[in-house]
Design a protein around this ligand. Sequence first.
Ligand code: HEC
Length: 101
Amino acid sequence: MKKSLILMIVTTIAVSLSIQALARDAQEIYNKTCAACHAAGAAGAPKTGDVAAWRPRLDKGMPALLASANNGTGAMPPKGLCMDCTDEEFTALIKYMSTAK
Ligand code: HEC
């Protein structure tokens, strides 16, 4: 009885660890891709943490921002160079960049 309980706990921990390893977090993607332009505001990119710069963009609504992220706009390249990013990840990235640091 005790043994099977321990086994169950170990299995639960192992499963939750592997789920965590699969999901990339926004910060990690940001550092690899978006930061190249959005950290310093290169080529007119709205800077990360600059709430005022992001406000008029956010006012367009998330669907419009997702469209820009996917297709590119101005000097912003399609998919922000994150070719395998999903809309969910773009949403998390946009929230990450448009919030005060
Ligand atoms: C090569 C530089 C570059 C990279 C890399 C980059 N961006 Fe941008 N981004 C820009 C520039 C420049 C703009 C401003 C475009 C404009 O409005 O003319 C911009 C604007 C945006 C906007 C606002 C679009 C709008 O409609 O107002 C979003 C959202 C965005 N970027 C998301 C991202 C995300 C998410 C990533 C990473 C996956 C990323 N960007 C990576 C340069 C970049």
